[in-house]
Design a protein around this ligand. Structure first.
Ligand SMILES: Nc1nc2c(c(=O)[nH]1)N[C@H]1C(S)=C(S)[C@@H](COP(=O)(O)OP(=O)(O)OC[C@H]3O[C@@H](n4cnc5c(=O)[nH]c(N)nc54)[C@H](O)[C@@H]3O)O[C@H]1N2
Ligand SMILES: Nc1nc2c(c(=O)[nH]1)N[C@H]1C(S)=C(S)[C@@H](COP(=O)(O)OP(=O)(O)OC[C@H]3O[C@@H](n4cnc5c(=O)[nH]c(N)nc54)[C@H](O)[C@@H]3O)O[C@H]1N2
Ligand code: SF4
Ligand SMILES: [Mo]
Length: 732
């Protein structure tokens, strides 16, 4: 796998596949307004939009040839893609031509759990949905209708739900993804890392990746900048139990024992403090509670950390000195999917503090200060005041959660406490695969009066729904615009390239029509999405015509580093960088991170680790014909010596059984030196169990099916999922 272009298959072969698929695909005569018309090339239209194969939102230009979607490339005007998409983005054409797409609304025609459906009209589906929602409102109150919404496409549905009175709107991007990281950085610096991350990889001279597997994690801008950093000889330090793509580019590779990163981080800080290698001026000027912090890291010597982490003291010292050598242009990457072991906010606090010691926050080659363009919101009528608060606000269980916790909504659905949850609206999140413990999710679903799923394919969660609403894919619709918070501020537009092939509708249409059916039409003063977008842009002083034509409007970039005049403001109680957190102390937590040893698991078991592959996103792309052509199943990484002990070789099919007896689908073994002997690794998203996903059903194994246990982060309610263990059974 190459990381230079970020593309493991040549673009040429990609286009070849796409041409073949398109020939077999639905014909799409376009009546859409032509944008970006190139008059010299007859029959060719180029439409700028932004990608939705993941949440990075790269600016793209789609080309339509003779009315058919042909290819998608990066928009050179876009600061995120810089004119180049990742392989998934290029394969986005396949989302339009996916043969397994949902085509028309469906109503359940049997009990839940059996996939028997009746195709219905949109009017019938939405009438049914509205009547069920009205019943929940009458019988339990509107707060009993919860939602799970992932991505910008959910904006309008959230508006309808809030107008209806819903207050619990969760996304897996918090308690299953970046929640601990953002909580920790907010506690330390008073601000989130955000998405796209405010990491200045472009200018880093030393880059430390703690499990951030850039190159497999294909977040475009970061991967481009990482490839450049490698190219210009930046010093790369990677800690990962698995020799990842990023590790193969590293000067120092540290095969850390899983779950012990906090010990490594504390030992690094011990060296930097005891050898006085930190940025004294920066810490003196901006730091709060440094003395208490410094005293607390004294016991955490490299010699102490060695038996915990498996990393030799001299390597810990050498890497700590390497980081200090390049400060402040040393970036200790905070990662993104940070729900690992349940101590995650404290691990991320340690990452934040290490960066603070190096003086990298607000500095070139560290973390820049992002900005965005000011686009006023639409002047909607005020939504009703809820009579009951969100579940999160009703208990002090996770005091530092600042977003709704998906698993808390699930728990309340099962227990009925503190109040009943009777309906779920699920938009663009496959909860069966994204939440830990599938049995609990199914138990909660069985308690519901209503489950409505808006999806583009018959996903596992759609299989449990009472109403399935088929959305048009991103290339066929408008969405909310994106005034991005980034290094260079800009606004991006998503607009239709081709029409939806069947009876699919865009989210804004669904949200608006549902509001009308619920008697909430007054919350939609605009008649068309164009009117909405134009209203907001005009109010901000921008031209909708220009945005339609270019896909991107760029703004002026204010200073992004403290040294250039960006304001050094920290929105913490002390208004400084909190080495010692009084907020944490007051809430009864460690004000400076302390290490606790992870549970090693039962003897004879391997810890189950999981991650990304360059050509797939989560569990959403396995039916995409272009992407599944490149990778149609996942494999199980197992240390070669362990494989030999089990008399297994690469290519053999095995099944995994976890500590609770759950058995996986067969998965192909990859015996390799590139992983520690105490863990195994697989790519997330495979092993689909929905038969309607004809091209992906049963291919590879599902990590989600084996993640029966999780460990809650006591600060913010994240679900650490790297706490499951498996044994390996031979044969398919
Ligand atoms: N076991 C396990 N669980 C995980 C993770 C893991 O690695 N392993 N990763 C965690 C992380 S980091 C994250 S961010 C989350 C991701 O969690 P999710 O966002 O739930 O990811 P997916 O499983 O891809 O589910 C997305 C669903 O949206 C549908 N979809 C795709 N495009 C559209 C669209 O345009 N409109 C609509 N309406 N639907 C669409 C897809 O078909 C799919 O059913 O999962 C978390 N959970
Ligand atoms: N191609 C592709 N790219 C993606 C996505 C996608 O679906 N597909 N999803 C995007 C999203 S939303 C997210 S959140 C990110 C997730 O990607 P990242 O945030 O980069 O990584 P994680 O998923 O947290 O972790 C996976 C890596 O951590 C290592 N690891 C596991 N346990 C430990 C440990 O105890 N210590 C250390 N040091 N390392 C460990 C694994 O071996 C693996 O290399 O990827 C993003 N990019
Ligand atoms: S990183 Fe790739 S999949 Fe994600 S938005 Fe960018 S091009 Fe699309
Ligand atoms: Mo994520």
């Amino acid at each position: 796998m190459r990381t230079d272009s970020g593309n493991p298959v040549s673009r040429r072969s990609f286009l070849k596949i796409s041409a073949a698929t398109i020939a077999a695909g639905a014909a799409a005569g376009s009546a859409l307004h032509a944008v970006y018309e190139t008059p010299r090339e007859k029959g060719i239209r180029r439409v700028p939009t932004y990608c939705d194969l993941c949440f990075w939102k790269c600016g793209a230009i789609a080309t339509v040839r003779d009315g058919r979607l042909w290819k998608i490339e990066g928009n050179p005007l876009d600061p995120l893609s810089r004119g180049r998409l990742c392989p998934r983005g290029t394969g986005g054409v396949g989302a339009h031509f996916d043969p397994d797409r949902l085509r028309t609304p469906l109503l359940r025609a049997s009990e839940r759990g059996r996939e028997v459906w009746r195709p219905v009209s949109w009017e019938e589906a939405l009438d049914f949905l509205a009547s069920k929602m009205r019943a929940i409102q009458t019988n339990y109150g509107p707060e009993s209708m919860a939602a799970f919404v992932h991505g910008i496409g959910g904006t309008f549905l959230k508006h309808t739900l809030k107008a209806y009175g819903a207050v619990n709107i969760a996304a897996p991007s918090f308690a299953q993804c970046r929640g601990p990281r953002d909580t920790a950085f907010r506690l330390t610096f008073g601000d989130d890392v955000g998405s796209p991350e405010r990491t200045d990889i472009e200018n880093a001279q030393c880059l430390v990746l703690i499990g951030s597997h850039l190159g497999e994690n294909m977040h475009n801008t970061q991967v481009q900048e990482f490839a450049n950093a490698v190219g210009r000889g930046a010093s790369i330090i990677v800690a990962d139990p698995r020799f990842s793509v990023a590790a193969s580019k590293a000067k120092f590779y540290l095969p850390v024992k899983p779950g012990t990163d906090l010990a490594l981080l504390l030992a690094w800080m011990n060296v930097i403090v005891s050898e006085k290698l930190y940025d004294k001026e920066y810490v003196g000027k901006y730091g709060f509670g440094f003395e208490q912090f410094a005293a607390s890291v004294v016991p955490y010597t490299p010699e102490w950390a060695y038996p915990e982490t498996g990393i030799e003291p001299e390597t810990i010292r050498a890497t700590a000195r390497e980081m200090a050598r390049y400060r402040p242009a040393t970036l200790v990457h905070p990662g993104r999917h940070s729900n690992w072991y349940g101590d995650d906010t404290q691990r991320e606090r340690a990452i934040a503090l290490l960066n603070a010691l190096l003086g990298s926050w607000g500095r070139k080659g560290g973390f820049y200060i992002p900005s965005s363009m000011d686009v006023p919101g639409y002047p909607y009528p005020a939504v009703p005041k809820p009579s009951r608060p969100a579940l999160r606000a009703m208990s002090n269980k996770f005091p530092f959660a600042n977003e709704d916790i998906s698993t808390s909504v699930r728990e309340a659905t099962i227990t009925g406490q503190p109040y009943p949850i009777k309906g779920w609206m699920v938009y663009a999140t496959n909860l069966i695969n994204s939440l830990p413990n599938q049995d609990e999710t199914i138990r909660a679903i069985r308690q519901l009066d209503l489950l409505v799923v808006v999806d583009v394919i018959p996903s596992e969660i759609a299989g449990w729904a009472d109403v399935v609403l088929p959305e048009s894919v991103y290339l066929e619709r408008h969405d909310e615009m994106n005034p991005e918070l980034f290094k260079q501020p800009f606004i991006a537009l998503r607009q239709p390239v081709v029409p939806a092939p069947d009876n699919q509708k865009p989210n804004w249409w669904i949200a608006r029509r549902l509001a009308e059916k619920l008697g909430l039409g007054a919350y939609y003063p605009w008649k068309t999405i164009d009117e909405y977008l134009e209203h907001r842009l005009t109010a901000g002083g921008y031209s909708y015509e220009q945005l339609k034509k270019q896909g991107i409007i760029r703004g002026k970039q204010p200073p992004i580093y403290f040294d250039d005049g960006a304001p050094a403001q920290f929105d913490t109680p002390s208004k400084k960088i909190e080495f010692y957190s009084t907020q944490l102390a007051q809430a009864g937590f460690d004000p400076v991170p302390k290490y606790t040893r992870p549970d090693p698991g039962p003897p004879g078991y391997y810890r189950l680790l999981f991650g990304r592959a360059p050509v797939h996103s989560f569990s959403r792309t396995q039916t995409n014909p272009l992407l599944s052509d490149v990778m149609s199943e996942n494999s199980l990484w197992l240390n070669a010596r362990e494989a030999q002990k089990l008399d297994l070789k690469s290519g053999d099919y095995v099944r995994l059984r976890n500590q609770d007896g759950k058995l996986s689908n067969p998965i192909k073994l990859k015996a390799t030196e590139r992983i520690r002997p105490d863990c195994v690794f697989m790519v997330h998203g495979f092993g689909h169990t929905s038969k309607a996903l004809r091209s992906a059903y049963g291919k590879g194994a599902s990590d989600a099916g084996l993640i029966t246990r999780y460990k809650n982060d006591p600060l913010m309610g994240g679900t650490g999922m790297n706490v499951n263990f498996v044994t390996i059974e031979k044969g398919a």
